[in-house]
Design a protein around this ligand. Structure first.
Ligand code: ADP
Ligand code: MG
Length: 568
């Protein structure tokens, strides 16, 4: 038996580990299962190149709770370790990693640091007062048994384990007994390990078998106990798009969000290996105007291990409304969010995602415009928000963004310009785009405009004031006017002049009466005849006044999207 001191300068590293990773104790299980997975895949590799002359078989990773003994076991059938390897990989390497980490972060109070440090094996000490490793290498070397109680002292002795692989035994600490609960462990396995590449067994489950041919009606169907495997080792995003059907994508969506009953509108399969590595599938969910707090978010994985569902800084903000999975080993995780946003690779990843989404939308638009128009109301909020926040996206989206009219025609901006250019210009030749954001409230104004042969757009998303502002600056010679903002004849140039049926005297009198009953600071009362058949006066809410108000009301938050709590 060997005893020794783990070579670290920090007197007792474990209380520090505990303190630093306090909020994230649960990741210990992910780390240990990642190690078990690595060990299994290493063996797979070695057998495939003929270096390990053993049968690879169908290795499984098992998680077992021993409630009475207050222990949690993680077993694998992977490569294993010799005593020398334990000495090297556990005592030296892993500790130096921990030390480096502490050195780097000991003065840091940056709460923006992502809670996942990949501290690996030693994260076990966040929940265990003592850890044992019993391991048998795939070689002929005898098995080894390592024990450490959280002080820098360890023991290492021979063991009689016969089967290849590693068993990690955690003696759960008194303040961490929740990790002895079956429900808790299941929850963690589902959260972090649901798509890992080696099967993970947690208990057994009863499977119902088909009834034999000669069974009687009243005979119960036979059952059998089978391993309860908690993961899908080949999730859709790891496959080639050409090998997947629409149904496969929908099934994967349900697998990702079991509580989500609405089907996604469409998906985008991401797959790139240069200059960075990234795979994934994004889904466009149905989004309504009243964006509720979104709990089903995009999930970030690294090599099929769940990392986080906070993708802020990695995915452009406007796309955080989408759902799905991104898997990339090239995203640094042990850094603060602000660092992440400055990282060159992350910037490239973010741009790539934006481009792929724009390209997908563009091809949906080109390939099946009718369908795209049908979906427009459900996707417009993402597109409009993207046009406001990402210049590159604006350039592409400008070609497929749609502007629906009150009577359900859909124009691209270019088509709109073409449509309006002869009939809807002001006296300076500027294009006048009439719009409404509320068909019911502005009904009579809309009717008025329509009888005069003008198009009225229905722009009703919550960020429309900002979008209009953006379009007016981006495009030349265009002005958006809400349909109730001013008498149409004042803005749109017409050849013939309107003659009012009222005399000047009558107008003044009427104006006086009406003005008294309308709040002056909000509305304007005008007596110019709207139309020979229409009422002789008009109460309007000037465009600039209202727009100022709208922008101020939504100020503070980015683009005024204060009703979107997840957007910041
Ligand atoms: P990392 O996984 O980043 O290398 P860890 O601290 O998680 O760091 O693990 C340190 C090393 O210990 C691993 O690289 C591996 O060599 C060894 N190891 C840990 N767990 C196992 C295991 N279950 N089977 C074989 N080797 C393991
Ligand atoms: Mg590890």
């Amino acid at each position: 038996m060997t005893t020794g001191n783990i070579n670290v300068s920090v007197e007792n590293i474990f209380p520090l580990i505990k303190k630093f990773l306090y909020s994230d104790h649960e990741i210990f299980l992910r780390e240990l299962i990642s190690n078990a997975t690595d060990a299994t895949l290493k063996l797979k590799h070695l057998t495939s190149i003929g270096e390990a002359k053993v049968e690879y078989g169908n290795p499984v990773i098992e998680v077992r709770i021993d409630k009475e003994g207050k222990k949690l076991h993680i077993l694998d059938q992977g490569i294993g370790m010799t005593a020398d390897e334990v000495q090297k990989y556990i005592n030296e390497v892993a500790f130096s990693g921990a030390e480096e980490f502490l050195e780097k972060y000991k003065d840091s109070k940056d709460t923006g640091i992502i809670g996942h440090f990949g501290l690996g094996f030693y994260s076990a000490f966040m929940v265990a007062k003592k850890v044992e490793i019993i391991t048998k290498s795939y070689t002929d070397a005898p098995a080894a048994h390592w024990t450490c109680d959280g002080s820098p002292q360890f023991t290492l002795e021979e063991a009689d384990k016969k089967e290849r692989g590693t068993e990690i035994i955690l003696h759960i600490a008194d303040d961490s007994t929740e990790f002895l609960e079956e429900n808790k462990i299941r929850e963690l396995l589902v959260k972090y390990n649901k798509f890992m590449p080696v099967p993970i067994k947690f208990g057994t489950r009863t499977e119902t078998l088909p009834k034999p041919e000669d069974a009687k009606e009243e005979d119960p169907a036979p059952t059998k106990e089978v391993d309860n495997i908690i993961n899908n080792t080949e999730p859709a995003w790891t496959k080639q798009p050409s090998d997947l059907t629409d149904e496969d994508y929908k099934n994967f969506y349900r697998e990702l969000y079991p509580m989500q009953f609405e089907e996604p509108l469409f998906h985008i399969h991401l797959n790139v290996d240069y200059p960075f590595n990234l795979t994934g599938i994004l889904f466009f969910p149905k989004l309504t105007n009243e964006l509720s707090i979104q709990k089903d978010k995009i999930q970030l994985y690294q090599n099929q291990v769940f990392v986080t569902d906070n993708v802020e800084g990695i995915v452009p903000e406007f796309l955080t409304m989408l759902r799905g999975v991104i898997d990339s080993p090239d995203i640094p995780l042990n850094v603060s969010r602000s660092y992440l946003q400055a990282d060159g690779n992350v910037k490239k990843i973010s741009n790539y995602i934006t481009r792929k989404v724009a390209d997908k939308l563009s091809s949906l638009f080109k390939d099946n415009r009718e369908d795209f128009e049908k979906k427009w109301n459900d996707i417009k909020i993402v597109i409009e928000y993207g046009m406001l926040s990402e210049e590159k996206f604006f350039e592409k989206a400008d070609k497929f963004a749609l502007y629906p009219t009150v009577d359900d025609k859909f124009y691209t901006f270019e088509e709109l310009q073409e449509k309006l250019k002869d009939n809807q210009t002001d006296k300076d030749g500027k294009l006048v785009v009439l719009y409404t954001n509320n068909k019911e409230e502005q009904h009579s104004y809309i009717e008025e405009a329509r009888t005069k042969g003008y198009e009225v757009l229905l722009l009703d998303s919550p960020i429309v004031a900002h979008l209009i502002q953006k379009l007016e600056t981006e495009k030349e010679n265009i002005s958006f006017v809400r349909v109730d903002a001013e008498p149409i004849d004042n803005i749109i140039k017409k050849d013939e002049e309107k003659i009012s049926k009222l005399s000047d005297e009558e107008k003044d009198k009427l104006k006086g009466i009406i003005s008294e009953s309308v709040p002056q600071e909000k509305y304007t009362v005008q007596m110019e005849a709207m139309d020979s058949n229409a009422a002789p006066f008009l109460i309007t809410q000037p465009e600039f006044m209202r727009r100022m108000k709208e922008m101020n009301a939504t100020g503070g938050g980015m683009f005024g999207m204060s009703n979107m709590p997840e957007m910041y």
